[in-house]
Design a protein around this ligand. Structure first.
Ligand SMILES: C[S@@+](CC[C@H](N)C(=O)[O-])C[C@H]1O[C@@H](n2cnc3c(N)ncnc32)[C@H](O)[C@@H]1O
Length: 213
């Protein structure tokens, strides 16, 4: 699916998404377990700016703010951004692509991509990761959340997502791609498939860092 098609598909689902997903995010401790860790690392590194890419209706951007992080949101879908602005009028949200961020080189202390690389085809992912590396300052953190795939060989397996075709990624193989893009793994969290009654997929968080100079 092209970026305009994906944006249109999320526009159509945005209101329903905003009614459902933020509550699920806040009500499940495992769903947001890595966010306070990420926030604490950002604060300890000196309080720089963080991009929540593919921010949807902005609930995680807002959570980062409550944890003392200067975060802004970016999303392909204008409807998602309109809902994010309405729900969190004091925060900054922009329509844009995570593949072409407006941030300067080495200007961000962190990037969060919470379930937003899931529509990126595996062959395109190196482009996205190179963009993340470009905008991260040395020592900056990238946190990726995604549906995981535990097959032995493949980087990704496609699955039927409500909005559009999506991919679940192998944490090991994705960590390898991140390494190739210049980002070093710091930690990971893998949540049991038993915690996902709907699809029975494991969920994973990979925390990586651009090495300090
Ligand atoms: C499954 S939702 C996740 C939203 C939010 N991060 C959350 O945790 O609920 C995926 C979001 O990523 C956005 N997205 C997907 N690909 C994108 C891209 N290349 N650039 C910017 N946003 C993108 C979609 O528009 C959608 O809002």
């Amino acid at each position: 699916m092209t970026a305009p098609d994906l944006s249109t598909a999320y526009d159509a689902m945005a209101t329903r998404y905003a009614e459902d997903i933020p509550d699920r995010y806040h009500s499940s401790p495992l769903n947001h377990a890595m966010i306070p860790v990420f926030a604490e690392l950002i604060r300890a590194a000196g309080d720089g700016l963080v991009a929540d890419v593919g921010c949807g209706p902005g609930h995680v951007t807002a959570h980062l703010h409550t944890l003392g992080v200067n975060a802004f949101g970016v999303d392909l879908s204008p409807e998602m951004i309109a809902l994010a602005r309405a729900a969190h009028p004091k925060l900054r949200f922009e329509v844009g692509s995570m593949d072409a961020l407006t941030a300067d080189d080495a200007s961000l202390a962190g990037i969060l991509a919470n379930y937003s690389i899931i529509h990126t085809p595996p062959g395109h992912l190196p482009v996205t990761l190179t963009e993340f590396h470009r905008v991260l300052a040395p020592g900056g953190y990238l946190l990726l959340g995604f549906q995981a795939y535990d097959g032995p060989d493949e980087l990704a397996e496609p699955f039927d997502h409500l909005v559009s075709l999506a991919y679940r990624y192998s944490p090991d193989r994705l960590a390898g791609l991140l390494h190739t893009a210049g980002l070093t793994e710091v930690a990971r969290l893998v949540i049991s498939p038993a915690e996902d009654p709907r699809r029975g997929f494991p969920q994973a968080y990979l925390l990586t860092r651009r090495p300090a100079n």
